[in-house]
Design a protein around this ligand. Structure first.
Ligand code: ZN
Length: 168
């Protein structure tokens, strides 16, 4: 009987320890909660970065955002070549756009328009054209879920400088 009492006391003591630990856990849980709130705020915004270099390449072939997010994309030209020789921009194309045809109209638009044709609705978002060492930022609302092609529309660059923006 006394053994059983000892067991019960041991169990009760264990429970009280657990409760004490539980109290500690509650305090610890407050931080993740705060983080969750921060994440909830941030989930409406997405920050993307991509680089173009002197070798006519983007450093990323795929970018991912969520539908409806406010996207801030920064393009950095990590090279040193001048804009006229190795200019880069980031142009997000609407679904169904024929890239080769678009690229032709981009050339026609000319450098004074950052090689971005303003007619039609092929372009969802774009940055200005930049040269080595420069950066450009564009803010846009992520379109509906799907896959969207992006390119650099500087003449001749789209064949190598292209990728996919995935909207979840
Ligand atoms: Zn380029």
């Amino acid at each position: 009987m006394s053994d059983m009492l000892k067991s019960i006391i041991a169990i009760l003591f264990g429970l009280s320890l657990l409760t004490a630990c539980g109290g500690g856990n509650n305090e610890a849980e407050q931080e993740p909660e705060t983080n969750t709130e921060t994440m909830a705020e941030e989930s409406n915004e997405a920050t993307l970065s991509i680089e173009g270099n002197d070798q006519m390449q983007f450093d990323k072939k795929e970018l991912t955002v969520k539908a409806g997010q406010t996207v801030t994309l920064t393009l950095k030209h990590s090279g040193t070549m001048a804009k006229a020789a190795m200019g880069h921009n980031w142009v997000l194309l609407s679904p169904g756009t024929d890239v080769a045809t678009f690229a032709e109209s981009a050339v026609a638009a000319g450098e004074e328009n950052d090689y971005v044709p303003t007619e039609g609705n092929a372009v969802i978002a774009y940055t200005k054209l930049i040269g080595g060492g420069e950066t450009a930022t564009v803010e846009f609302t992520a379109p509906a879920a799907g896959s969207y092609e992006f390119i650099c529309s500087f003449p001749g660059h789209w064949a190598m400088m292209r990728g996919t923006l995935i909207v979840e």
